[in-house]
Design a protein around this ligand. Sequence first.
Ligand code: ZN
Length: 238
Amino acid sequence: MIDVLAIVAHPDDAELLCGGALLGAADRGQRTGVLDLSAGEAGSFGTPGVRAEEMARATAVLGLSDRRTAGLPDGRLENTIAARLAVAALVRELRPRVVIAHWPEARHPDHRAAAELARDACFVAGLRNAVVDGEPHRPFKLLHALTYQEHAPRPTFVLDVSAQMERKLDAIFAYRSQFGGKSAMGDVRGGGDRPLREQILAHHAHYGSLIRRRFGEPYFTREAMLVEDLTALGVNSF
Ligand SMILES: [Zn+2]
């Protein structure tokens, strides 16, 4: 049983997108996990051995209860029936309450495929008659992480990660072969020669400003948010 599970395309995606959410949940004593759909074997930087070491370090920083690799092909992720069934079996095993996935219109084709694959696998995992090992289980909530997305709607909510931001950076930069000495990488667009660390901080400071906090992570849900007391609403209008 996992409280918060990130289902992402590559090792380091969870750290970049929702490291703050995973750290915050672990800080509250909740069980957190990451399911990397591929092992990142098509990456341009680092050897498999180095990347495995870096992932172990990042996993320790995040304090994850569980981390799995689905073994799907890096660079060729597809939302096929076979892939859905394979991921659904892992969802049944890990039994998450909340799943965090990529944004379905992300720039990287693997990220787009991973977003839909995660969503469909969560649905299939709950089907009693699906040809999948394990007891049926459907997560209660699916979130899409909007971090770094330039073509995305206004977030449904922003999570305050001020208390987690330094450790989120530590988890990201555990992948030294991927991010060391860079000013831009993947979805994290650069700002001239601004170091990547500062660029990531600037993104999170922007999301944080949307909720009047130091740092935030933006999320999208298809469902509306429940409010019971108008006077308890946060974030001032004026
Ligand atoms: Zn990725």
